[in-house]
Design a protein around this ligand. Structure first.
Ligand SMILES: Cc1cc2nc3c(=O)[nH]c(=O)nc-3n(C[C@H](O)[C@H](O)[C@H](O)COP(=O)(O)OP(=O)(O)OC[C@H]3O[C@@H](n4cnc5c(N)ncnc54)[C@H](O)[C@@H]3O)c2cc1C
Length: 411
């Protein structure tokens, strides 16, 4: 085959793109992976902080861990799985003055989830806030949890979609970083970095893919762009695919941003403990000493994250240090310093955190995932109907897209 002609072009090296590429590598087909950034992993990204500790800026938890393909991959890579349960599954992990309220909160959020999950599948969809118990004092905190879980407030989210999410309740981590596990999948694959795709011309018998590094020709393409990136590129396909643009618009990325802080005198806090900044308004979740490290991971979601991101690290730091000083006293400010903040909304190759479905739009995941002309295949977390918003969901859609592409080419 000539240099720039391939059986399959994969776009993106996140969990979905790397799963597809690993699968194609077993087939003997000619393929290449195009990645806009200079690193693999996409929204999976482990970095080293200023104090030498490693940290996951994107995904950190292997959700539904006992069935999560990344558990086996991490072990194969010789990494260390940490199976200690997360703070959100241990009411006793709460620290600070609000800890006495956590039993009541666990009951309130448990009942809310039960209402989401027990809705009949054929009931008309509603926004999740319709399922709150009116007047429950914990409603603002349930809404805050939604901003961490789904990246958005309950009023924006389809209850039908949320009810389809499968979660075994088992959550593990990788000591060396979840992002590092996913990035390692890129080793040995034919990847062109710094190569954003600008257009996919599907008017001819062979697809023509336009990138900043020139044109490539392919029989099939696997598109793993985040939904907000797809939605922002209505002219990506020529001719356009308006159903895909609409599906991407119906599956927007919520926002979650992390601020890592150094904590001096960490031994006052047990490993993997947690505090919420407030009960009755949008607030941060503060994870103390993750994996026993002298850090606090502040997690901001939804509108609060949007606002803090607009102000950059300084705004996130000011908000977090004010909330922590409110919980632990003003002397606490002297014990913390900011180490790393990443704004996923402003990141041009992510444009947000993870997808949720707008009310009435749960069916958009299948629309987004559906192949076009048996030569344009779609993958990525937003295409998963049961594990959306997760790295393992993205991975599974990548495997499926590769299988479909190989099947189509061999037909
Ligand atoms: C703060 C945060 C915390 C999270 N926590 C968890 C967690 O604990 N557990 C979990 O399972 N998941 C978590 N997630 C979600 C998880 O990271 C994502 O669902 C998953 O990584 C998405 O993989 P993907 O392959 O679908 O997309 P991506 O990883 O976004 O991959 C898409 C790729 O396409 C590339 N790209 C974009 N535009 C172009 C272009 N024009 N041309 C070529 N390439 C392009 C991008 O650079 C990227 O590499 C978290 C995400 C965030 C942001």
């Amino acid at each position: 085959m000539p240099h720039d002609e391939f059986d399959v072009v994969v776009i993106g090296t996140g969990a979905a793109g790397l799963a597809a590429a690993q699968s194609l590598a077993q087939t003997g087909l000619a393929f290449v992976v195009l990645e806009a950034r200079e690193r693999p992993g996409g929204r999976a990204w482990t970095t080293t902080l200023g104090n030498g500790e490693s940290a996951d800026i994107g995904c950190g938890w292997l959700h539904s861990a006992e069935a999560n393909p990344f558990a086996e991959i991490a072990q194969r890579q010789g990494r260390t799985l940490d199976k200690s349960p997360p703070p959100w599954s241990r009411p006793g992990a709460q620290v600070g003055p609000l800890k006495d309220r956590m039993a009541g909160f666990a009951q309130a959020i448990g009942q809310f989830r039960e209402r989401v999950e027990s809705r009949p599948q054929d009931a008309p969809d509603v926004a999740c806030d319709a399922l709150l118990d009116p007047g429950d004092p914990f409603n603002p905190l349930i809404d805050a949890v939604s901003t961490w879980y789904s990246g958005a407030e309950l009023a924006k989210i389809s209850a039908a979609d949320l009810a389809l999410y499968e979660d075994s309740g088992v959550n593990w981590r990788v000591r060396e970083g979840f992002g590092a596990v996913i990035a390692e999948l890129a080793e040995g694959l034919p990847i062109r970095y710094g190569c954003p795709v600008r257009a996919i011309d599907r008017s001819g018998a062979i697809l023509s893919i336009e990138t900043v590094q020139g044109r490539l020709r392919a029989k099939a393409v696997i598109v793993t762009l985040p939904s907000d990136v797809l939605a922002a590129m209505p002219d990506l396909f020529r001719p356009a695919l308006p159903d895909k643009t609409q599906a991407a618009l119906d599956l927007p990325l919520g926002l979650d941003d992390k601020l890592y802080m150094e904590l001096t005198g960490p031994h006052d806090f047990a490993a993997d403990t947690r505090a919420f900044g407030a009960l009755a308004r949008a607030t941060g979740a503060y994870h103390f000493c993750p994996l026993g490290r002298p850090l606090i991971e502040a997690f901001f979601g939804g509108e609060l994250a949007e606002e803090l991101e607009r102000g950059g690290e300084a705004a996130a730091w000011e908000f977090a240090s004010d909330e922590l000083a409110g919980l632990f006293g003003s002397d606490f400010r002297a014990r913390i310093r900011p180490l790393h903040f990443h704004g996923w909304r402003a990141d041009p190759f992510a444009r947000g955190g993870y997808s949720y479905a707008r009310p009435g739009r749960a069916g958009s995941r299948a629309v987004l995932a559906a192949p076009v002309e048996t030569r344009i295949f779609f993958a990525g977390e937003a295409c998963s109907t049961t594990s959306f918003s997760t790295a393992h969901g993205a991975y599974e859609t990548g495997l499926r897209a590769a299988e479909d592409a190989v099947g189509a080419l061999r037909r």
